[in-house]
Design a protein around this ligand. Sequence first.
Ligand SMILES: Cc1cc2nc3c(=O)[nH]c(=O)nc-3n(C[C@H](O)[C@H](O)[C@H](O)COP(=O)(O)OP(=O)(O)OC[C@H]3O[C@@H](n4cnc5c(N)ncnc54)[C@H](O)[C@@H]3O)c2cc1C
Length: 441
Amino acid sequence: MNDARASTHVLVIGGGFSGVAAAAALHAGGHDVTLLERHAVLGGRARSDSRSDRAVDTGAQLIASTFTRATRLLARAPLEPTLARDVFVRDGSRLPLQFGSIASMLRFGGLGVTEKLKLGTTLLPLLARHSAKLRVDTADDLEALDRSSARAFVADAVSERAADVLVEPPLNAFYGARGIETSLAFFLTLGRYGSDAELLASRAGWSAALAEAARGVRVECNANADVIEITPAGVVARAGPDREWRADALVIATGASAARALLGGVVGASHPLITWLASVTTRPTWTVMLTLDHATDADTFGVLADPAEAAMVSACALPAGRWREPSELANVVLAWPTPNAVDALGDRSATEIVAAMMPEIERLVPEAQGAVARARVYRFDEGTPVAAPGFIAHRARGLALEETLAVPVALAGDYLTMPLVEGAVASGEEAAARLVRRLRV
Ligand SMILES: Cc1cc2nc3c(=O)[nH]c(=O)nc-3n(C[C@H](O)[C@H](O)[C@H](O)COP(=O)(O)OP(=O)(O)OC[C@H]3O[C@@H](n4cnc5c(N)ncnc54)[C@H](O)[C@@H]3O)c2cc1C
């Protein structure tokens, strides 16, 4: 992205994958970039904490080797293939399954031969036929697939049980969303990226990996921008009464509701883009992290509950199970709520959330029984965008409105693409490109 105005100073608000991708692209294009992040570390919904001096990722866990933009952004942070051994727990039995791998799906003991045959004649051909279009940043018309619900399609084409196994666990655990309220186009895009890809992670954690990706960018953490202004000289961002940053242009890479609050102060609450930002729906999500008083001998990473049996917990993960060799993280267990738990517990205290989820965590990970030394709940401030049926058309309307902005501001965030690390990176890179075009005019 070479630009004649190489001395332009750009502010980026938000240090998740989208903000870092925008900042890195602008820096690579010769711009002087300052990134403001309200938390103490980069990462947003992919931020890391530490246990025993080791990084634990509290939100996003894995990326796929097919995430071309994300792997390029993280080229300086060594990514390693994970073992990707997951189990699906039904009636107390642990059935091996590797999510996203079609070969593993066809070997999976929890589905019958007829169901596998139906999968082979319905879902898989659909995936193959639309593979080229199933991208986080697709501009192609996926309207028909986007109108359908992921669960309704799989339940009709294969069985309700197949929908419980294939559709619900990833959507329930990572998005607090139900398969019935999720677009088939999004579900197939997850499948397309996961299809026989390697699943990668960073041993140093995503926060450290993003700090590497942001090398050359001035990063200010613990900086919660609450107001922006446009002046004849450019843009101003403020955090409280005492801190302010001035620049020529701005990328707002927060979630949609923070973007609405910041941008609304500049373009007015009745601007159609502000109305559109208000229409972006999100679900609250959180991660429970337990530290046990002893190590588990985890050779598994994901422990996914059969949704037909799960009331409060949709999945657990053993971070040590990502790697082949023993790890200091062997006493850490992560757990995610079901959509019903999100509805019932969203406004409860961390103590109440842990108490409500604990019995099912112990059922999925028996080593946790009576062994919890420490429990913590990580909430993701703005929740996660819902890729509901129709979201591709909805997002196209938002992007078209963003293109009409008459101020040197661009928006980034996975709500403008798809709620995946790759979607966040794509939105950041696209926002950087739009901003540079706007500055040239
Ligand atoms: C539990 C969970 C598991 C997931 N697992 C996966 C996975 O395994 N693989 C995958 O690909 N995706 C996964 N995802 C999705 C992925 O995490 C997101 O799509 C991606 O991280 C979103 O990045 P973003 O930059 O768009 O938003 P965010 O990560 O939300 O970043 C926005 C940033 O802006 C900051 N901010 C907001 N307001 C302000 C302000 N006023 N001033 C300064 N800073 C501000 C926030 O603190 C935050 O850091 C998961 C999500 C969740 C919640």
